[in-house]
Design a binder for this molecule. Sequence first.
Ligand code: UT7
Length: 330
Amino acid sequence: MSATITSIAHYLPPDVYPNSYIEEYLDTNHEWIMTRSGIAERRFAKDGATSDLIVPAAKEAMEKAGYGPEDIDCVIVATVTPDHAFPSTACVVQNKLGLKNAWGYDISAACSGFIFAFVTAAKLVESGAAKRVLLCGADKMTSVMNMQDRAQAVLFGDGAGVCIVEKSDDPELGFKDFITHIDGDGGQYLHKIAGGSFKPSSEETVANKEHYIFQDGQPVFKAAVKGMADVSVEIMERNGLNNETIDWLVPHQANLRIITATAKRMGLDPEKVMINIEKYGNTTAGTIPICLSEWSQKGDLKHGQNVILSSFGAGFTWGSIYMRWNTNKK
Ligand code: UT7
């Protein structure tokens, strides 16, 4: 038995912030941002929490599949910007959507959140422990961004992608294989240090700006180029895939240079790579499901196509999934 995505949707806040907006108050420029990251604009949510990004996408995904709130029996939220430390954002979403038959939880794996959560959802479905999982990848990065720091204010954005994972009608389609890794030694290069049990919030942590993202970009960049390419090539080779047989690479959207390097190591034609970083920046757990949803909406993600998902993020966390896209509705 295999698990598959049967419906997908995404939500992005409507307010668009181009590079020219950030140029007005920070010492940066469009040229630097584009050449270093490939980002031209991003979406910032004016208000609300991560669950408010998830709910509209979840409603759309459920409606497209013809499911009501009672049909979902599990909700998994991948995020590093949960509404609260507790209760989980899964509980908040469950309540807001009235998913009265669902249990669920959050998964914290930063930019690899969607991949790690998709592995979990697929295995729950394959084992019979869950029938229909509402799988959400979402982050409100503006809640942890220091807008006065040009090294991060230009990189991130807010957004959510939500899909339904359930049993595939065709065992040849859907989730096929995965590779996942963590390396805690990488935590020193990318983190939000305060606000947890290690450093509870205090006047001092606020004054020291320790509730914002800290990123030492270069070591993360180097590890990301290697880590994302390694897992992508490994999953490709062990499934007997190549440039001819892979239809899409769906990479995490942190930096266009990381994406390009990964595609090059795989020997993939650039037109087989989903890229929307220019429009949305890095929405952390949101990037991969937002890509899948956009390409599926455009009709470019077709039944039976071979798709590789790949990510690298804080932790460090990284991984890859091989799946065959299934457009059949239940
Ligand atoms: O998604 C989770 C995983 N995260 C990633 O994958 C991100 C990985 N890292 C990166 O993508 C890149 O390292 C960045 C995009 C974050 C930075 O690019 P970089 O080419 O590594 O630049 P850098 O950090 O080495 O900075 C180069 C220069 C510095 O100035 P000096 O020291 O050379 O004078 C920075 O101060 O660029 C400066 N700089 C900026 N200049 C204009 C940093 N941010 C900006 C900015 N505008 N926004």
